[in-house]
Design a binder for this molecule. Structure first.
Ligand code: AMP
Length: 576
């Protein structure tokens, strides 16, 4: 095993930014956070990209590495804050040249390559709205998102374009440009070469006045009914990204941060792009997918100090028989954080024993825009708990409420729906085009999260489950309705019900119960065919991993499929 020449400087002795939770919680005020950012010059508002990039391009920060990309082929590409400023300026000029303006939606469909990050930040500079799409999605989810978002620009690669987008073009009426990252020349007026456009664009750009309430980000997340919801966030969301970077992820100036999430998921944008850059630190981006040894080697080689990952990945690491601290030098690693699904207490204990550090779990969702409940460095951890609310966030457990009246759970340990008091900066400002759906999320001053949880006598929150039918598979939300819709398009399928089946590795796996039309026979071959059909349209992350044929689906009297009953049956089977 290759060993380092230079001894690493352990940073474990750093004092956490938050040493006294109670004190920080009681004295916190959102209106004081802005003092840590600069705002656009001449009081022209607040722009996420200016705060994340341009304001660091002075003094010591100018040549500091902002983004370090570790490519699939192990090549390293670095962008200092100065270079990132220039490249994002160029992209903002590209958009301006194409007459893409304020509020227009710009999407990316790429892996974790520099162009994605430059597009995201350049789009924000141009006051357009950035919307990341997961490159593992199949054509159907891509179509849903591009059309619902009325995207005007899509940045993608030649390969993804050919495989997933080309067949949709007739249906995407709002799309004005496709910018191919790896094409050298324009194909026509519509399909352009991003390289060429960037080459001729100026590297100076003046960000126009940006209101903190201007739209900035659009993230799609799945619901139980209907198609994915477009969650809207505004530039002011940067305040939450800053505060959580400081108190939860505990950024210090020399830190090297690695968030393993793809920007196609909200964590990969909020914390894989914005939050570390707001703190002017080095953000590591790894293009390759999960591989236990590659990950440990990356932590060592890149001297990672703060690492943000997810339970599915942790469970996969736990399965490997690797004596980590003997084989790898992780002495710079100070903090490990996890989000996205319940983190089992065994995982926290495993991490203590195997990596020498606990994993700090935190909770949030696309709608909240940033971390809301967390285990903070320096605070007592209760393994299995999501921790305590962020300073500035009021969280409570409410009794299952179907009325306008809200009542709070008084008894510690009793579960109910997790609710957050309205008004934090990264609170979503709407579901795109769905006013009623947005309104229904609130009762009075409280936002209802759709999660069930409890709070103990010491103020720690514990996750119980979802209050609805949404599936969380390998950390990603899958709406059963989206999957059922596609399955129903197969000629043999009469009815379909999709649920999350407990799975030791993925948390839940997508399972479909199907009744067949009368002339079809439930056979293995047909099952494979339907699975392949779904995979092609939905992509492997969303398509069912298991299909069970059944004669009938359980239904309510009014004919609604009782997914809950199927889910309970599966849970029972898994327990036995
Ligand atoms: P998303 O909007 O895709 O980020 O998913 C948000 C949902 O993931 C939450 O509403 C929870 O159901 C789940 N989730 C996120 N973090 C945690 C956590 N630390 N523990 C348990 N569930 C979590």
């Amino acid at each position: 095993m290759k060993k380092k020449q230079i001894l690493k400087q352990p940073l474990q002795s750093l004092t956490p930014n938050l040493t006294d939770y109670n004190e920080a919680y009681t004295s916190f005020r959102w209106d004081q956070v802005m003092a840590n950012l600069s705002g656009l010059p001449d009081g022209k508002g607040l722009n996420i990209a200016f705060e994340a990039v341009d304001r660091h391009v002075k003094g010591k920060g100018i040549n500091r590495i902002a983004l370090r990309f570790l490519g699939r082929d192990s090549t390293i590409q670095e962008f200092s804050y100065r270079k990132l400023k220039e490249e994002t300026n160029r992209f903002a000029n590209v958009l301006q040249g194409l007459e893409i303006g304020k509020g227009d939606v710009v999407c990316t469909l790429t892996g974790r390559i520099p162009e994605l990050y430059i597009t995201a930040l350049g789009t924000l500079k141009n006051r357009s709205v950035y919307c990341p799409l997961f490159s593992i999605y199949g054509p159907e989810p891509i179509y849903q998102r591009l059309s619902k978002g009325k995207a005007k620009v899509l940045v993608t690669t030649k390969e993804l374009f050919e495989k997933k987008v080309k067949g949709l073009l007739d249906q995407l009426e709002d799309l004005e440009y496709i910018l191919l990252t790896d094409e050298n020349t324009d194909r026509d007026h519509f399909i352009r070469s991003l390289k060429k456009l960037m080459r001729i664009a100026e590297n100076e750009y003046k960000i126009l006045p940006t209101d903190p309430e201007d739209r900035a980000l659009l993230h799609f997340t799945s619901g139980t009914t209907g198609m994915p919801k477009g969650v809207i966030h505004v530039h002011q969301t940067a305040l939450t990204h800053y505060v959580t970077g400081k108190y939860v992820l505990d950024f210090h100036p020399e830190d090297i941060f690695w968030c393993t999430a793809d920007p196609g998921w909200v964590t990969g944008t909020s914390y894989g792009i914005i939050s570390p850059l707001l703190h002017g630190i080095t953000n590591l981006v790894v293009e390759a997918e999960f591989d236990a040894r590659l990950w440990y080697q990356t932590l060592e080689d890149q001297n990672v100090t703060n690492w943000y990952t997810a339970p599915t990945a942790i469970r996969r690491l736990m399965r490997m028989d690797i004596d980590v601290l003997k084989e790898y030098d992780l002495s710079t690693l100070r903090l490990i954080h996890s989000v996205g699904e319940p983190l089992n207490p065994e995982a926290v204990r495993w991490s203590w024993e195997t990596l020498g550090l606990p994993i700090l779990d935190n909770w949030w969702q696309t709608e909240t825009g940033g971390i809301m409940i967390a285990n903070y460095p320096g605070m007592l951890i209760k393994p299995g708990s999501m921790g305590k609310p962020l300073p500035g966030i009021e969280a409570a457990i409410v009794k299952q409420a179907n009325t306008e009246e809200l009542s709070f759970v008084e008894t510690p340990g009793e579960s109910g729906q997790l609710a957050l008091k309205k008004g934090w900066p990264s609170m979503f400002r709407g579901y795109l085009g769905e006013k009623q759906r947005y309104k229904k999320c609130f009762i009075g001053d409280w936002y209802l999260t759709g999660d069930l949880a409890s709070k103990d006598q010491d103020g720690y929150f514990w996750f119980v489950g979802r209050a609805d039918d949404i599936i969380k598979t390998a950390g990603h939300m899958v709406g059963p309705f989206e999957v059922e819709n596609v399955l129903m398009e197969h000629p043999a399928v009469a009815e379909a019900a999709v649920i999350g089946k407990p799975d030791p590795m993925m948390g839940e796996l997508v399972k479909a119960f199907i009744t067949l039309k009368s002339k079809y026979v439930p056979e293995k071959e047909l099952e494979f065919e339907i699975r392949g059909f779904a995979r092609e349209r939905l992509g492997s992350a969303v398509a069912p991993k298991e299909i069970e044929f059944t004669d009938e689906l359980p239904k309510t009297r009014s004919g609604k499929i009782l997914r809950r009953q199927l889910r309970d049956q599966e849970r029972e089977k898994t327990r036995n």
